[in-house]
Design a binder for this molecule. Structure first.
Ligand code: ATP
Ligand code: MG
Length: 348
């Protein structure tokens, strides 16, 4: 089965053709990251306009790269939630139009399912059920228990900031560019994580909290610079040497990874039947996090999976994978005249 998949939930316009959920026939991503690097974050209206310009050429390229025509495609899949409303609107309206014009079934896919299913792409070994998925992205931080394909139970969530958002905000404090995750990782290579001790939030159960950690970095930087706590965050970077920035980046990255993995370990104690650990979302590209996850859980006899780097952030290949496994489980297509978008709908 060949699925033309479309993704536009934030600031990447993407289309891909995926065969049988794992084979990547094409994968096209046009990122707006250069536009938003200038502003230090996404401006929703600008993102929506950029999607509008890019979406049809991106879809054409996905079909051309796969050497396919519309007739070869079995169905269309598109992200419908969660995300920025204007961005989602462009992808879903395009997918609806194509499904109607081409008379193809349309599948509406949850963005976080797609992040998880990025782990099924390619010809490598695939995760075994039951599994625990750690979804770490720009807008979400969740631990999800999956007994089987397309069965999702959220067992832990952030109570405030998402971990990717926290990377982006800490990068701003340190004067590093947007997006903050890759910038912090790069800077941390020259840093010594032991130079600064950051706290672990005290949250009961499997939930997370990252807003306190962000403030802890702010206070530590203010203290390091000998400045009062009233000093605005945007004035701090100019007082830090490159080495100090690298040390803070390394300490933050280590602390975040440890917090995430401690909670995963707790989840594992509650779900001892779990056979695989799956990392998903943009922050799964973080190599300290993935290395620590491998070290920690392999010794417990578990398989640890994280997506290929090109599929960690937003892309449409993962949408095609998620749609395929929904279809296998008997999920019905969506009426293209009735497809709704929503900024935030929990995975279910
Ligand atoms: N190497 C890295 N280390 C840490 N964080 C990273 C890395 N690479 C990317 N990120 C972070 O990943 C986030 C983007 O991930 P993603 O594209 O999955 O999020 P999103 O689509 O904006 O949000 P969501 O998926 O929750 O809707 C950004 O916050 C970015 O800083
Ligand atoms: Mg995403």
């Amino acid at each position: 089965m060949k699925i033309l998949a479309i993704e536009s939930s934030c600031d990447e316009t993407a289309a891909a053709v995926i065969e049988n959920g794992t084979i990547i026939l094409s994968n096209v991503v046009v990122s707006q990251v250069d536009i938003f690097a200038v502003y230090g974050g996404v401006i929703p209206e600008v993102a929506a306009r950029s999607h509008l310009e890019a979406i049809l050429p991106v879809i054409h390229k996905a079909l051309d790269d796969a050497r396919l025509t519309v007739d070869d495609v079995d169905c269309v899949a598109v992200t419908h939630t969660p995300g920025l409303l204007g961005s989602l609107l462009i992808g879903t309206l395009t997918a609806r139009m194509l499904a109607i014009l081409w008379k193809k079934p349309l599948y509406a896919v949850h963005h976080l399912k797609s992040h998880i299913y990025a782990n099924w792409l390619g010809d490598g070994e695939v995760p075994q059920f039951p599994l625990l998925a750690l979804v770490v992205s720009g807008g979400h931080t969740q631990i999800i228990y999956m007994r089987d394909h397309n069965q999702f139970e959220i067992i832990g969530s952030t109570r405030d900031d998402a971990v990717g958002e926290c990377f982006d905000k800490v990068a701003k404090i340190l004067g590093l560019p947007y997006p903050g995750g890759p910038a912090i990782s790069k800077k941390a290579l020259q840093g010594d994580a032991k130079k600064c001790k950051l706290p672990h939030p005290k949250i009961d159960g499997l939930d997370f909290s990252f807003s306190g950690l962000k403030t802890a970095v702010l206070r530590a930087v203010q203290q390091e610079c000998g400045l009062p706590i009233t000093t605005p965050s945007y004035e701090l970077a100019g007082h830090l040497s490159e080495q100090q920035k690298a040390d803070f980046a390394a300490a933050f990255q280590e602390t975040v990874s440890d917090i995430l993995l401690e909670k995963l370990e707790m989840a594992l104690a509650e779900y001892p039947e779990v056979r695989s650990i799956v990392l998903a979302g943009g922050v799964s590209a973080n190599q300290v996090l993935s290395r620590k996850a491998l070290e920690r859980f392999r010794s417990e006899g578990l398989k640890v999976y994280f997506p290929d780097l090109q599929f960690a952030g937003d892309n449409a290949a993962m949408v095609g994978a998620a749609a395929y496994f929904e279809i296998l489980k008997g999920v019905e297509p969506t009426d293209p005249y009735k497809l709704n978008i929503a900024p935030r709908t929990p995975i279910q």
